[in-house]
Design a protein around this ligand. Structure first.
Ligand SMILES: NC(=O)C1=CN([C@@H]2O[C@H](COP(=O)(O)OP(=O)(O)OC[C@H]3O[C@@H](n4cnc5c(N)ncnc54)[C@H](OP(=O)(O)O)[C@@H]3O)[C@@H](O)[C@H]2O)C=CC1
Ligand SMILES: CC(=O)N[C@@H](CCC(=O)OP(=O)(O)O)C(=O)O
Length: 337
């Protein structure tokens, strides 16, 4: 059994992780942590997240002594803000723990990236170099060897799972940047109260035009520039990405289907992608599940793809759990289906 702790356990992704770890046959949930000054310290997690009552009643502990916490852990899940993950990951890594970071702190190795998109200078270049990007369906071999896994963002997961089979097979004309429009539920912004996420303020709208940090994350890992526009929707969970792209000369609908099938065979015990072919993806079919549904249609030289995920699951926590499973040689969807 592997002792597993969750830092940031009272948040939306942390609570989902707690549920998964508690039902995983090879993991023991040994600690749930919040910040040293958290108002929620010492409360049972289930007092904050009522659906966990009787499932995860462990108390939330203030994270006051990183060394002691690290010494007792085999696996550490960081469900914390980017800056927090950036500051604390090294302590756990130096203690030999496997670290799965849900934040953006270790996702992109590019000069000036963290200053420009996250507002801080990265201080842990060596760990950044060693980090493996945890897009589970595409990076299995590296994830299986890594000590630090940077779990992708929610929009980048939906976008890349749809586009990557086509880019890798050379089926896209990448001179014409794919255009990704994606709508996220409000839980994508985390649990902390803020005016933009308050019930009466949320209205379907685009945000972050040309400036969202997920645009360079997608382009970097896809190896193809994209136009990415996120939207905030007035619903709780889920991301629907609608992607328009130009196919390379001579590419047919059959070529696209073959590339999708080559990337994602239908054995969903091996991965969490479900192919819908000509049907369109919809949120109701993925919210609450670990799956990414992908549909597409080709007309002439253009393709429109739709991809749907639960932002808190395939977009964060269940993808982290897939990475834990890959890293430790467990069936990939253990504790997820
Ligand atoms: N929500 C989503 O859909 C997705 C989120 N992510 C990323 O995952 C991470 C977590 O997101 P989410 O669950 O939404 O965030 P939340 O805001 O819901 O939760 C953040 C958690 O971190 C805790 N925390 C804050 N400061 C510290 C600290 N110094 N030490 C320890 N714990 C701390 C908070 O508790 P307290 O403040 O009481 O200490 C809380 O438990 C973020 O980096 C986010 O960008 C990635 C993909 C999707
Ligand atoms: C609706 C909403 O606000 N969504 C978040 C993305 C959440 C996510 O994917 O988190 P990472 O920042 O860890 O990648 C945003 O746009 O900032």
């Amino acid at each position: 059994m592997l002792n597993t702790v969750i830092i940031g356990a009272s948040g939306y992704t942390g609570a989902e992780l707690a549920k998964m770890v508690s039902r995983h046959p090879q993991l023991t949930l040994t600690g749930l942590y919040v910040s040293a000054t958290s108002l929620d310290a010492n409360k049972p997690l289930s007092e904050l997240h009522g659906q966990l009552k009787g499932m995860v009643d462990l108390p939330l502990q203030p994270l006051t002594d990183l060394k002691t916490t690290a010494a007792a852990a085999d696996i550490v899940l960081l469900a914390t803000a980017h800056e927090v993950s950036h500051d604390i990951a090294a302590e756990f890594l130096d203690a030999g723990c496997q670290v799965f970071d849900l934040s953006g702190a270790f996702r992109v190795k590019a000069d000036g990236f963290y200053q420009q998109y996250y507002g801080f200078e990265h201080q842990y270049g060596q760990w950044l170099d060693n980090a493996v990007y945890g897009l589970a369906e595409w990076n299995q071999a590296d994830i299986a060897q890594a000590q630090l896994i940077a779990v992708p963002g929610c929009y980048p997961t939906a976008s890349q799972l749809a586009l990557k089979p086509l880019v890798v097979a050379g089926l896209l004309d990448c001179q014409q940047w794919p255009v990704i429009n994606a709508v996220s539920g409000v839980s994508g912004a985390g649990r902390k109260a803020s005016m933009t996420n308050s019930f009466c303020e949320v209205s379907l709208q685009a945000y972050g035009l040309f400036t969202h940090r997920h645009q360079p994350e997608i382009s970097h890992h896809l190896n193809c520039d994209v136009i990415f526009t996120p939207h905030l929707g007035n619903f709780k969970r889920g991301i629907l990405a609608t992607i328009t792209a130009k196919l390379a000369p001579g590419v047919t609908a059959d070529d696209v289907t073959a590339a999708m099938e080559a990337a994602y065979s239908n054995a969903t015990d091996q991965h969490a992608v479900r192919l819908l072919n000509n049907n369109t993806a919809q949120l109701d079919n993925v919210v609450g599940s670990c799956f990414c549904d992908i549909g597409w249609q080709v007309q002439g030289e253009h393709i429109i793809l739709t991809a749907a995920i639960d932002n808190l699951l395939k977009g964060a926590s269940s993808q982290a759990m897939q990475c834990i499973n890959i890293r430790n040689g467990f069936p990939q969807l253990t504790a997820l289906v």
